[in-house]
Design a protein. Sequence first.
Length: 314
Amino acid sequence: MRILVTRQKIHGHPATEYASEIRDRLPDHEVVHAATPEEESELVADADVVTGPGSATESLLDSAGSLRLFAGVYAGTGHLDLDSFREAGVAVTNASGVHGPNISEYVVGALVSMARDFRRATRQQDRREWRAYPTRELHGSTVTIVGLGAIGRAIAERLEPFGVEQLGVRYSPEKGGPTDEVFGFDDLHDALARTDHLVLACPLTDETEGLIDAEAFRTLPPDATLVNIARGPVVDTDALLSALQRNFVGSVFLDVTDPEPLPEDHPLWGFDDIHITPHNAGHTPEYFARVADILAGNVERLAAGEEDLENRVV
């Protein structure tokens, strides 16, 4: 099979490393990497598999002659014209699950940091101040995870040894999940009322946009903590600012914000109890290796005539 790695950068990095990882896993297949739009248009004509961000769906499909699979390198597919792939009879897969280990580590680190108040320890150390202060434990607390996809499940798995009660919230609660209890969005406030630590790991949809609003902050216990590794608009920023100003929420970790990037003069920067990271919870040096693992497995399935592909969305 010919596997074409498109020319676009992936998370700001050239795709050459990704192509190298694929070659290591599929030595019996031809792996080519396009450096220019012209080269990409030429190479796609004979490609069985194309992998990359896939921002130019129509032009890619127009040039393809024997394409069987488009392997996306992101977990989301909202930027793809899936109907065009479907009409062309081309399977589409995504990279769901590649961020599970790294983002779940971020969440665990954030929760431990807030419970043990490491920020206060750092500030006292900067002042060379030896003074004991009260802290909390994760053990025995209740963590609510909104979104039980690959990342939400990874978070639940890594929190298990901490001895916490886990509540899950998802669009289809009948599917269950790894948490002790699972709620639907209609019952979100029942979960929030019992929450010590709220973790947002859901996709941004019409239903989740503004999900954590003023009413949600009124339902949460006033010392509850919040970690958002979903998307910024899942939290109503004005409601969050009001909650911080009125002490309706405890410590907050935001890897995503609304707006994003967060302007220098935005009031969110000014609160002591907020921790902001620049949307890098998903950063990992293992990204290309994990995406290549998914692709390699699917190429072998295609070669064997199988259609049951990992992470298939079309």
